[in-house]
Design a protein around this ligand. Structure first.
Ligand code: ADP
Length: 363
């Protein structure tokens, strides 16, 4: 049976990329195609290596092409060469800030575990600890006391830990130095610092931002080319006022808010399996709806998490099959999806409606 590229493209029009809401042909995700009497080889690009939809897409594509194959074998490659995204840093596709209206809500914990979840999904991930008030990432990753080294190109070499690369302002200022810098100084220092680090190519650079909405974080956000931000909060109603302040600040800085993660939402007692809402019932999801902020999910208070964190083992690494890790992976998947959609929309605008991949083969 003769089979043409057009037959294949016609069949693939039925496959919709869930995040983009567009079929994979119109979205220009078909990268290569080779048809012989024995095989049909198709390469399809993924919007991000961390997409939660990889297996679903594979099944949909296989289902769409099966009726065309006849005696041919299908050789399907899903390729994770995401678009450049909107990051202004060379070799870095997305720069995601993790912020909070106030300290102590678990912002660094969430930043670290989202970073690890994205890496586990196959992305290249860097983590910049820019929380100059309390750089805790080195402890959480087991890097306490490590001193950064400079390579032959006079670049700072990022540390490798649990499959991600990491650099902390803590390496610069020391553990116990309370940083009394003014905002603009921090902004300049961090910008210089980021440019001086040899990150290697990254799909995601996650930035653990200082808490609050003061001049330090304002300068930081202006100095760093953030392509999106996640806000972390706890369930108390008063905490939502802080969330709104943070959301407004990111809006002012033209940084898209990806959504809110609610941490310490409840305590799941390991002895009796009961949920205790220590901070009372949460209204965050409702508040988010009212203010047009996406609610990314709730995370419980977890005894193993804090014990492991202090020992340099983030929960996603310490309990790869645990329930909390599954929640983190789900949140990270939603973040990756949303960043991919934003990148797609931005490239579309900038490229005059071309989409982010080159013209489809044979067209
Ligand atoms: P922030 O960055 O907002 O100041 P951290 O991430 O440093 O907060 O967390 C503060 C403390 O709370 C840390 O000791 C951390 O291990 C602990 N912690 C954070 N989230 C949880 C959680 N869901 N369950 C138990 N302990 C948590």
């Amino acid at each position: 049976m003769a089979l043409t590229q057009d037959d294949v493209l016609e069949a693939l029009v039925s496959v919709v990329e869930p995040d983009l809401g567009l079929d994979i042909v119109s979205a220009k995700l078909i990268r290569e195609m080779d048809i012989s009497d024995f095989a049909l080889a198709v390469t399809v690009a993924l919007t991000t290596p961390a997409t939660p939809h990889k297996e679903r897409l594979r099944a949909l594509i296989e289902g769409a092409l099966r009726p065309l194959l006849g005696e041919r074998k299908l050789d399907l490659t899903l390729q994770a060469d995401a678009p450049q995204g909107r990051s202004k840093l060379p070799n870095v596709r997305h720069v995601l800030g993790v912020g909070a209206g106030k300290g102590g809500v678990g912002k660094s914990t969430v930043a670290v575990n989202i970073a690890l979840s994205l890496a586990k999904a196959g992305a290249k991930v860097g983590l910049l600890d820019a929380d100059v008030y309390g750089p805790s990432v080195p402890i959480m990753l087991g890097l306490k006391g490590h001193k950064p080294v400079v390579n032959a190109d006079r670049k700072i070499v990022a540390f490798e830990a649990h499959g991600i690369r990491c650099i902390s302002m803590g390496f610069l200022v020391g553990d116990d130095t309370a940083v009394a810098w003014r905002g603009p100084m921090v902004g300049r220092a961090v910008q210089q610092f980021v440019e001086d680090v040899d990150w290697g190519p990254l799909d995601y650079l996650i930035v653990d931002l200082p808490p609050g909405t003061g001049d330090v974080i304002l300068s930081l956000c202006q100095a760093l080319p953030l392509t999106g931000a996640v806000v972390v909060s706890t369930p108390q109603d008063v905490a939502f006022a802080d969330v709104l302040r943070a959301v407004k600040m990111f809006g002012m800085l033209k940084v898209d808010v990806i959504g809110l993660v609610e941490n310490m939402s409840y305590f799941l007692c390991p002895d009796n399996g009961k949920e205790y809402k220590i901070f009372g019932p949460s209204h965050s999801e409702q508040h988010c709806k009212e203010h047009g902020v996406e609610f990314l999910g709730q995370l419980p208070i977890d005894l193993a998490l804090s014990a492991n964190a202090d020992a340099g083992r983030p929960i996603v690494a310490a309990e790869p099959d645990g329930a909390l890790t599954a929640k983190y992976k789900q949140i990270a998947g939603r973040v990756a999806s949303k960043l991919a959609v934003l990148a797609f929309a931005a490239e579309k605008t900038e490229a005059g409606g071309e989409g982010f991949f080159g013209p489809r083969p044979g067209v």
